[in-house]
Design a protein around this ligand. Structure first.
Ligand code: PAF
Length: 281
């Protein structure tokens, strides 16, 4: 695997790939890699000729400066895992390389309804920051296929929307959430959980399964309230437990038994904010 920090270097390498007509798969990350990320690298490896992974903890997508400061950084183990998985290029830019004109940008992405709800509501500006960095990365890497994890369900929809406007030829592949045997969704933020909190955190998956097992056509409010109570009783501070339409993320107060729906959860365990989702039918 080659490791490059400069845009010109990564572009030079990829120009050679273009000459050999190899397709490029791209996995953007913020590092602190785990098996969820590695499953994306492996999927990219199967489907494309050259696999590029980026590690860049993007300051513009953190609405909470403390969350940014505490974001885990494990670069040596990340490099080891990427090498082992067969990644070809690690792009590891500094902030000044990504944002030479500073963090403020005049670019505004028209995301509409999707950025006003759930993560958009609780983390104002977050999705503008995500689009800013992914747009920049896509411009630099020019991949054929982009690999994202379903754990960030709303982020996948947001990036799809942005890419449809600016990168219409890009193929976006959403890979399933990887879970610990306990059900806990793999996440870089889990590195900030104590061993005891890792056990408590499994309540998120249990609660989503409770919703899946108990959902019935009709009013959904009571079920969503019960799910919030279950998590609160375990010590979580819940931002939301919401059942929504899989395709639009329109929140569902009642269900006709047919519509494809997903339950989405965001909750703090101590200082660590965890998100997860489960498709219900
Ligand atoms: O999901 C992430 O790790 C980040 O939001 C992403 C897509 C790498 C953009 O910084």
């Amino acid at each position: 695997m080659i490791i490059v920090k400069k845009i010109t270097d990564v572009q030079q390498f990829l120009a050679k790939r273009n000459a050999k007509q190899k397709s490029t798969g791209f996995v953007p990350t913020m590092g602190a890699l785990h098996d969820g990320h590695i499953s994306l690298i492996k999927a990219a490896k199967k489907e494309t000729g050259v696999v590029v992974c980026s590690i860049f903890v993007n300051p513009t997508q953190f609405n909470d400066p403390k969350d940014f400061e505490k974001y885990p950084v494990t670069i040596e183990s990340d490099i080891y895992l990427l090498e082992k998985a067969g990644c070809d290029v690690l792009f590891l830019p500094a902030v000044a390389e990504m944002y030479p004109q500073g963090l403020q940008t005049s670019l505004h992405f028209e995301l509409g309804f999707i950025e006003t709800i759930l993560e958009g509501e609780f983390r104002p500006g977050h999705f503008q920051g995500v689009c800013q960095v992914v747009y920049r990365l896509l411009e630099i890497i020019t991949p054929d296929k982009l690999f994202l994890g379903q754990k960030d369900f709303q982020q996948c929809m947001v990036i799809r929307k942005m890419a449809a406007t600016f990168f219409p030829g890009l193929d976006i592949i959403i890979c399933p959430t990887q879970r610990e045997s306990s059900g806990l969704a793999m996440s870089s933020r889990n590195k900030r959980l104590s061993d005891a909190d890792k056990i408590t955190a499994t309540a998120i998956f249990e609660t989503m399964q409770y919703v899946k097992n108990n959902i019935q056509p009709g009013d959904l409010n009571l079920l969503q309230q019960k799910a919030v109570r279950q998590l609160t009783a375990k010590g979580f501070r819940v931002d939301y437990v919401t059942i929504a339409d899989v395709f639009t993320l329109r929140l569902q107060e009642s269900w006709d038994g047919e519509e494809q729906i997903v339950v989405l959860v965001a909750a703090f365990l101590n200082e660590v904010r965890l998100i997860d989702n489960l498709i219900l039918n």
